[in-house]
Design a protein around this ligand. Structure first.
Ligand code: GLN
Length: 548
């Protein structure tokens, strides 16, 4: 029998539901249980792929090519899972499927309604997520805030699941903000009380309430929350600000949350073991070194736009006992004030992330040029890879005004061009080259040293790629293409072996980066940054004599 834990949020969004849900999963895993996770996003979009990262944060790419909400990234990082696009439900996916069934005639002449047809579709998908992977528990995070109009059919569906699956198989967790008023230094529970009331109005009585607060709540606040929430004090927990989010499962477990959940759901869990998680957290909390990284991007104002990249850099840092300080720099600044690019000398490494469209690209190219010419460790991912090829084409291979046809369709040298199968595609949703593809690495290369094997599998999300017409000229000038798709026609990595560390990939290593098992390209980059800072020889000496 699969059991279900539903996580809702109140007062405001971004209250940390994703981290809480992931942390619950971690506490269950520590007790040898097998959780999976479903994220519900009540917006009407089919998936996050068509949404601006500047408003919604990054688009997380799953192995099967889903363009998902960034919370799936947190679940994967915390629980070391490979989730599928089916683990992310939106109003769009639910209604599309209900409407397709209606057109197909599956409802036998009935009037199709939110209850039961839409709610049945939601419940079936939640149950399928558990069944399909043989999970013990499905964690269901309902995005948005209780009371949102779009969320209602989803809340109704999870309300029904209590009736259908039984009390002992379902658990409702509600998390809400408990702010501290700076004038009086007082913890305020009223907004939380209102959100619990709103949830009850919909027919859901929470079993657990989590106060999200800057500090651990005091006894009086806890008592109040329990009283007004109609739950015992032992089912009130506090998720307070931690130095790193990876501490949260440990902090909640210490308060007894893991034991409480297992008891309530009838799991017999006498022992628990967080395994290497604690070691990883300790490495994050007690670094021996520090590096300063310049992330030169387009969505620098919203760090959630780069959350997987940020975490991958941190995972790499923890593996080198190094604290990674990231400055999110707006690339356009280097266009407006070209001299500012020199400020990069204050950093230990330059990182150019993913991106779309022309804005900021010249600034990113300037930053890439600066790091190449000044031998600053450099890592470029996806757009960062493509822009590095452009920079090299222009400034080393002499292809003046080389560009990507995404940025300038009239460039004389389209060194980056639309992939052939993308031509003629007009629909934007889910039409990029997505998900995991095989990559073959040259043996005698930095790529091989980093990944330690010739065949790797990494995730992708792009429409453009290196134009094969320019490979020879770029190679002649020293740019090495060391990773390729299995048919050899897609360039996946570049490197400059003379440099201390210069590496870029078309694929996104960050999506598979895990605490304690960092993405090799991110690990390599951070370890180069720290080694160079400490005046050591480069960590990945690349004997290039026999390189083809
Ligand atoms: N805009 C580029 C492309 O579509 C790069 C995409 C990305 O960085 N994810 O190919």
């Amino acid at each position: 029998m699969v059991k279900y834990i539903f996580v809702t949020g109140g007062v405001l969004s971004s209250v940390g539901k994703g981290i809480l849900t992931s942390s619950i999963g971690k506490m269950l895993q520590a007790r040898s249980l097998k959780p999976t996770v479903v994220k519900i996003d009540p917006y009407v979009n089919i998936d996050a792929g068509t949404m601006n990262p500047y408003m919604h944060g990054e688009v997380f790419v799953t192995d099967d090519g889903g363009e998902a909400d960034l919370d799936l990234g947190w679940y994967e990082r915390f629980l070391d899972l490979s989730l599928k696009q089916d683990n992310n439900l939106t109003t769009g996916t639910i209604y599309r499927s209900v409407i397709e069934k209606e057109r197909h005639g599956d409802f036998l002449g009935r009037c199709v309604q939110i209850v039961p047809h839409v709610t049945n579709e939601i419940k079936n998908r939640i149950k399928y997520a558990g069944r399909s992977v043989n999970a013990d528990i499905v964690l269901v995070e309902v995005g948005g805030t209780v009371g949102d109009i779009e969320g209602l059919p989803f809340l109704e569906a999870i309300r029904q699941m209590r009736v259908e699956e039984g009390y002992e198989n379902t658990l409702y967790v509600h998390v809400a903000l408990v702010p501290i008023l700076d004038v009086t230094n007082e913890m305020k529970t009223k907004p939380l009380q209102h959100s619990v009331n709103e949830l009850r109005r919909i027919g859901i009585q929470p079993d657990i309430i989590v106060a999200r607060s800057p500090q651990m709540i005091d006894a009086e606040t806890l008592r109040k929350i329990a009283l007004f929430g109609t739950i015992p004090e032992s089912s009130v927990f506090c998720s307070y600000n931690a130095e790193t989010v990876y501490q949260v499962p440990l902090l909640l477990d210490k308060q007894g949350m893991g034991d409480f959940i297992c008891q309530r759901l009838g799991f017999k869990c006498d022992t628990k073991d967080f395994g290497s998680w604690q070691t990883f957290v300790d490495a994050m909390l007690h670094p021996e070194h520090e590096v300063n990284i310049a992330l030169v991007g387009k969505y620098a104002g919203l760090t959630d736009s780069y959350v997987s990249m940020t975490e991958a850099l941190r995972h790499g840092g923890a593996a080198c006992k190094t604290k990674v300080n990231i400055s999110y720099l707006e690339a356009e600044k280097f266009e407006r004030e070209p001299n500012c690019v020199k400020e990069l000398q204050n950093f230990d490494g330059v990182f150019v992330p993913y991106g779309f469209g022309p804005r900021g690209t010249e600034g990113k190219i300037a930053a890439t040029k600066y790091s190449r010419e000044n031998n600053l460790p450099f890592l470029g991912i996806c757009y960062g890879f493509q822009l590095a090829v452009i920079e090299f084409a222009r400034n080393v291979a002499g292809l003046t005004d080389a560009n990507s046809s995404e940025i300038n369709p009239d460039t004389p040298y389209p060194v980056i061009d639309l992939m052939p199968e993308q031509r003629g595609i007009e629909i934007k949703g889910a039409t990029m080259r997505l998900g995991t593809h095989k990559i073959l690495l040259e043996k005698n290369s930095l790529a091989y040293q980093l990944f330690g094997q010739q065949e790797i599998h990494e995730r992708h999300r792009h429409r453009f790629e290196v134009n094969l017409d320019y490979i020879d000229v770029l190679k002649q000038h020293g740019l090495q293409f060391t990773g390729k798709s299995s048919d050899g026609l897609r360039m996946e990595t570049i490197e400059l072996p003379d440099k201390y560390f210069y590496f870029a990939s078309q694929f996104h290593g960050e999506f598979k980066s895990r605490p304690g098992r960092p993405s090799p390209e991110y690990f390599g980059f951070i370890s180069a940054c720290i080694n160079k800072k400490l005046g050591k020889p480069k960590p990945f000496p690349n004997n290039n004599s026999s390189f083809q």
